[in-house]
Design a binder for this molecule. Structure first.
Ligand SMILES: Nc1ncnc2c1ncn2[C@@H]1O[C@H](COP(=O)(O)OP(=O)(O)OP(=O)(O)O)[C@@H](O)[C@H]1O
Length: 264
């Protein structure tokens, strides 16, 4: 143990810890969440001090979406879950406050709309309810479509796109929201090998170039070793943030190749 730490009085350590938690991008303390008769997240502790990329992995049904539902205020929980120091259960309209951008696993819409019109809606926070989007907004939408690699889809009807194409369009829209923290639920699930790599590179750039925090749930371990950030394996008995590296990805792969432990 570090001698300097040993010499620090306990009261100062507690103050220091609570300051760290208050300033953290994401902090979770003793979090318990799930559904009636089914606890999925058990006594989870996490502290992410700086903006970072976090790959959230785990077997099917291990609670990745459940954790995201907690962090987006859609599911009640016990314990504490804070985003930029704010307790989630006290947050209202986090998305409109520019705090949180969320890409759910299945995003569908029931009416025809052009891709360009859908993407420009990512700018809604910068607009009054009734004001029309300006040419500058459409220019940003076009640029976002270029960044995700599908500018050729701009005039297509969104509802007629393939699942993978729709996923790329949602990502383009999300990038225009300019949120501080993004929760992406399996954003590469329906993508081919080429676009999977592109999307991991893109959302990793949101962290390194724009200072965003990105939590990305995924079953795609192949694209993780080249990225910097953290790995959170919800299939571990006591999940914790581990520095992303070829070794930690390999350890996660070995654990996920085993049958999941079933907790009642
Ligand atoms: N509304 C609900 N009521 C009861 N159980 C639910 C509900 N929603 C999800 N579950 C269950 O909770 C468990 C965890 O689901 P969750 O979607 O968080 O898993 P996941 O890790 O995201 O899985 P996947 O990798 O398959 O997307 C699953 O067994 C699921 O059936």
């Amino acid at each position: 143990m570090n001698d300097e730490l040993n010499q620090e009085p306990a009261s100062e350590l507690i103050t220091h810890n609570s300051q760290l938690i208050a300033a953290a991008t994401l902090s979770v303390e003793n979090l318990v969440a799930g559904y009636p008769g089914r606890v999925l997240v058990r006594n989870l502790f996490l502290c992410l001090p700086e903006p970072a990329f976090v790959a959230v992995v785990g077997h099917n049904g291990s609670g990745k979406t459940t954790l995201f539902r907690v962090l987006t205020g859609q599911l009640p929980y016990q314990g504490s879950a804070r985003l930029l120091g704010e307790e989630v259960r006290g947050l209202r309209r986090a998305a409109t406050a520019g705090l949180l951008g969320y890409l759910p696993q299945r995003g569908s819409i029931g009416f025809s709309i052009s891709v360009r019109e859908l993407v420009v809606m990512g700018r809604y926070r910068h607009h009054g309810l009734l004001s029309a989007y300006a040419p500058a907004d459409y220019a940003l939408a076009d640029a976002a479509l270029v960044r995700v690699g599908v500018p050729h889809l701009a005039l297509r009807d969104f509802t007629q796109l393939s699942g993978g194409e729709q996923q790329l369009v949602w990502l383009a829209q999300l990038s225009l929201q300019d949120a501080r923290i993004y929760l992406l639920d399996e954003p590469t699930q329906q993508l081919d090998v080429y676009y999977r790599r592109q999307v991991f590179g893109l959302v990793h750039n949101w962290v390194t170039e724009q200072g965003k925090t990105v939590l990305c749930s995924t079953h795609d371990l192949d694209n993780l070793p080249g990225l910097s950030g953290y790995l959170l394996n919800l299939s571990e008995p006591q999940p914790q943030l581990r520095v992303l590296s070829p070794a930690t990805v390999q350890a996660a792969r070995e654990s996920l190749e085993q049958a999941p432990a079933r907790i009642a």
